[in-house]
Design a protein around this ligand. Structure first.
Ligand SMILES: [Zn+2]
Ligand SMILES: [Zn+2]
Length: 169
């Protein structure tokens, strides 16, 4: 999403609204970073750019629907990540181009997408669970413990107790 910043830069308007959606590209950043995540629905972005008398900000609301595997039991999970963020905007020349605190306007145009992708990567949970208290899989037999207990002995026997047990035999 490339915004034409001319109306703001020239003072013709104080605020520019935008909304767009995008499907992460197959060989793009998001897909390569989150290999186990399936971005099923287009990511929806709404927001605005505003002139704050002397400086400019970008405000964006982002909604990401995705499918992945539960980090404990490996069952499929659908989840939604909702993000709101604001970032300062500067014209190229005013700040150095490697200053990450700003989104830089190049040629009176502002590319919203890189900031959105960056923000998603900051806020994407490293683990998604099917439910808060997912019991996971038994590490011995592999049974999904959400579906019920298995018959494996749950706690490793304390080695000292094991010695005692053999002595008692
Ligand atoms: Zn789970
Ligand atoms: Zn088991």
């Amino acid at each position: 999403m490339i915004l034409d910043m001319l109306p703001i830069l020239s003072g013709a308007s104080q605020e520019l609204h935008f909304d767009f959606s995008f499907v992460p590209e197959k060989d793009g950043l998001l897909v390569s970073v989150y290999e186990d995540v399936d971005f099923t629905d287009p990511i929806v972005v709404t927001g605005y750019v505003k002139n704050m008398a002397g400086y400019m900000i970008l405000h964006a609301d982002v909604k990401v629907k995705y499918d992945t595997m539960c980090a404990r039991c490996a069952e499929p999970v659908s989840s939604v990540l909702e993000i709101t963020f604001e970032k300062d905007i500067a014209s190229s020349g005013d700040v150095s181009s490697d200053n990450d605190d700003y989104i830089i306007i190049e040629d009176k145009k502002l590319d919203v997408l890189p900031s959105v992708e960056e923000q998603i990567m900051l806020e994407m949970p490293s683990k998604t669970l099917c439910k808060e208290d997912c019991k996971g899989l038994c590490y011995k037999c592999g049974k999904n413990l959400n579906e019920g207990e298995c018959s494996c002995e749950k706690h490793e026997v304390d080695p000292r107790l094991a010695v005692l047990k053999t002595l008692l035999k």
